[in-house]
Structure formats: structure tokens, C-alpha cells
Design a protein around this ligand. Structure first.
Ligand code: ATP
Ligand code: MN
Ligand code: MN
Length: 299
């Protein structure tokens, strides 16, 4: 705080020599966090976040002026793009060839703070096998009138159903109202096949709790129910990455949680840019194993 613009802010070791201009600029109003807060957060959680981000096509939510109204999603190359952000040629969901971007080294990741990157959204795949997803996600979207406690219960229920299918799911808060249940998979199925498989799993799950779950989009269907959003598994769709912040005043983070700890979380918004780095240093990454799992979706 109080540092002059263009002054080197933290040690070279901490930020790998990245310069951050306008470090004291506040985001999202007078009581919001500063650009430096965000840079320091990402520098301190890098070891935890990067295994879930490196080499995955990414969509950045950038807020270069600090005003919410000026934030935008960026998933294609941009002017002045730092080294360490790679260009990725691939088809989008409609089959058109496009150029996407991916973070491929630490320096690129840290440099993005200077570009106002607040949120990181990633594809459920990796450059090595971009036509085939390696993470399937069930994005639980609570409708109006659903309490956090009910979201937790739903997540635990889905976990049981996925385990019954022989799958080991992982859970994280979204940083918003819901949770994300992630199943790491061997990249064997195409996007189309994986999306279809996730649709039938979601339908099966919904059938086990028809009063709780819906699989049809639209707010009206969701009232007091939870939408199992499986459309994050379509080609070029993204979901917020593990440990990404969300662009609101207190910067809540999408936080991986041990299943055993999920029920003890009362307010997920308390997991944020100021609390998470210390918690992580104390208890480690609940998703440390996720990249070692190789499991197939049931036929
Ligand atoms: P919540 O728990 O509140 O639902 P969430 O992150 O899961 O939080 P959703 O609305 O369920 O929010 O997810 C939508 C996802 O779709 C986002 O995480 C993002 O990755 C993607 N997305 C949304 N809007 C855009 C957009 N304009 N451009 C690109 N991707 C988008
Ligand atoms: Mn959601
Ligand atoms: Mn959703």
C-alpha cells in the first residue's frame, strides 16, 4: 500500500521480476482490493493453482480499469500478450478453427496481473490432447431460495452417485453461489461423447432427487432447485479454474475442498484473496492428487 506507481513492489523472487503499474488502483469501488492485492494473491497461490491451469486453454476475465462495467472475457490472443502465454489453434464449439490462449509458464502467469486479469476460466483439457477432455465437471447451480447448506447436501449426494459409478470426484466452491464437482478422466472420449456421457450422468443423478435437481436450463425451472449444469463439458466451454478469484468486492476464490471438510464450511465467501493463501500454506492442496487419477466414464 502507498507505493508509488512503477516502483518494484515485492522481491524479484516473489513476483519473478514482474512490474505492476498502478498497484494502488482499487477495483470495484472505494473499499475494493487493489491491483497489487490481486498480483500478490496470484503470486502466493501459484504453486497450488498452476497444476490446474498450465497448458489448458484459458479465458481471462480482465478488469483493466478496475470498474466492473469495464471487465471483459478474453480467450483469444491480445496485443502485448506476455511471453509464457501460448497461442493455441483449435476448433471452437461450432467447429470453426480459432486461436485460443493458454498459460505455459510461471512468468506468463504472473505477468497477467499487469493486464488486469482477475478471473481464470479453463477448458477441461490440456494442449497435449485438446480434442479430448481430461476433466468432466458438474457445475451445481442453485436457483432462487436454495440455501448453501442444501448445495452442500446436493454435492455430497452427487459424490455418492458418482462413486457408485466407480468414479472419484473432487469438489470446489465456485466462488459464487454453487459448487463444482470435477471428475478427472483419461482423455479418451471426444468432446461430443464426453458431453453426451455427462448429460446422461446428470439425468441419472437428477432422477435420484427429482425434488432437488433439474437438468433443464432456465431460471423458472430452477426455483428452489439445483440445476446440474453439464454444459461446461462442451468443446470450448470453460469453468472457473481452481484457486481463481472472482471479480467482486471481496474477491472470493474458487476453492478446492476436502470432501470431509465440505460440511463444515458455512460461508464460502470467506474463502477469498486475503484468507486463502495462509489456509493453503497450513493445510496444503486438497486437489494435490487430481492429476494422478486416470478413470474412464462409464459407457
Ligand atoms: P455460480 O456458483 O454462481 O454458478 P459459476 O462460476 O459456476 O458460479 P456459472 O454461471 O454457473 O457461474 O458458470 C458459467 C461459466 O461459463 C463461467 O464460469 C465461465 O467459465 C463461462 N462464461 C460465462 N459467461 C461467459 C462469457 N461471456 N464468455 C466466456 N465464458 C463465459
Ligand atoms: Mn455454476
Ligand atoms: Mn452454470
Amino acid at each position: 500500500r502507498g507505493l508509488a506507481p512503477r516502483k518494484r513492489l515485492v522481491t524479484d523472487a516473489d513476483l519473478a521480476g514482474i512490474w505492476v503499474t498502478n498497484p494502488t488502483r482499487r477495483l470495484f469501488g472505494r473499499n475494493g482490493p487493489t491491483k497489487l492485492d490481486i498480483a500478490v494473491y496470484y503470486a502466493s497461490v501459484g504453486d497450488f493453482m498452476l497444476p490446474h491451469l498450465f497448458g489448458r486453454p484459458v479465458s481471462l476475465f480482465r478488469c483493466p480499469t478496475g470498474k466492473s462495467a469495464d471487465c471483459f472475457f478474453q480467450r483469444h490472443p491480445f496485443t502485448g500478450m506476455p511471453e509464457g502465454i501460448a497461442k493455441v489453434e483449435s476448433a471452437n464449439g461450432e467447429g470453426e478453427k480459432q486461436t485460443f490462449i493458454a498459460v505455459t509458464n510461471t512468468k506468463g502467469y504472473l505477468a497477467l496481473a499487469q493486464f488486469g486479469a482477475v478471473e481464470y476460466h479453463a477448458w477441461g483439457t490440456h494442449l497435449d490432447h485438446i480434442d479430448k477432455p481430461d476433466r468432466i465437471i458438474f457445475d451445481l447451480d442453485p436457483g432462487e431460495g436454495v440455501a448453501w447448506r442444501d448445495v452442500v447436501n446436493a454435492a455430497v449426494h452427487l459424490r455418492g452417485e458418482l462413486q457408485a459409478l466407480g468414479l472419484a470426484p473432487f469438489v470446489k466452491t465456485s466462488g459464487g453461489k454453487g459448487v463444482h464437482i470435477v471428475v478427472p478422466t483419461t482423455p479418451k472420449l471426444t468432446w461430443k461423447a464426453a458431453h453426451a456421457a455427462s448429460a446422461s450422468i446428470a439425468a441419472k443423478l437428477a432422477a435420484t432427487g427429482p425434488d432437488t435437481f433439474v437438468t433443464v436450463m432456465g431460471a423458472a425451472n430452477r426455483k428452489r432447485r439445483i440445476f446440474i449444469d453439464y454444459h461446461r463439458n462442451a468443446r470450448s466451454a470453460t469453468a472457473v479454474a481452481a484457486y481463481s478469484l472472482r471479480a467482486r468486492t471481496h474477491l472470493p476464490a474458487s476453492t478446492p475442498i476436502e470432501w470431509n471438510d465440505l460440511e463444515s464450511i458455512d460461508s464460502p465467501e470467506d474463502l477469498n484473496y486475503s484468507t486463502l493463501p495462509r489456509l493453503l500454506t497450513m493445510s496444503g492442496d486438497p486437489w494435490a492428487d487430481i492429476n494422478t487419477f486416470s478413470q474412464d466414464l462409464p459407457a
